[in-house]
Design a binder for this molecule. Structure first.
Ligand code: MN
Length: 137
């Protein structure tokens, strides 16, 4: 399965590394460099998953997650926060803001793609379940 991933990340090197790893594994990656751009792109493309840096200029990742969660069209899109390992409080705040999970920064090239894949698979199973319960009723 080739999923479309929206990456919202202000740091060019982090964008480069994440995009490189994901594209190498067959994912299509679209990048936004800040929150407002990311929200606008998410509305337009309805990605399969949003990877959201928490430390962003002007509008931080928590505010971005809350705005994304206010969009009905994005209800089924998993949002994965990228949080700093040094800031454990970020994780709870990210989940409270509507993220489905988090990945620690710096990202580990050996496990990164697998972690993203797990969020996508989890979402697929829930979608299948929703569909099957729909069919039965
Ligand atoms: Mn950042």
């Amino acid at each position: 399965m080739s999923a479309n991933i929206l990456l919202i990340e202000d740091n060019e090197l982090n964008r480069y590394l994440a995009t490189f790893l994901l594209e190498k594994s067959g994912y299509a990656v679209t990048c936004a460099i800040d929150g407002p751009q990311g929200i606008s792109m998410a509305r337009d493309m309805i990605p399969d998953l949003i990877l959201l840096d928490i430390q962003l200029p002007s509008m931080d990742g928590y505010a971005v997650a809350q705005s994304l969660r206010a969009e009905n069209l994005l209800d089924n899109v998993p949002i994965v926060a990228v949080t700093s390992y040094a800031m454990p409080g970020d994780r709870d705040k990210a989940l409270d803001a509507g993220c489905n999970g988090y990945i620690e920064k710096p990202i580990n090239p050996d496990t990164f793609v697998e972690e993203i894949g797990a969020f996508l698979r989890h979402n697929d199973q829930e979608a299948d379940y929703a569909q099957s319960t729909h069919t039965r009723s």
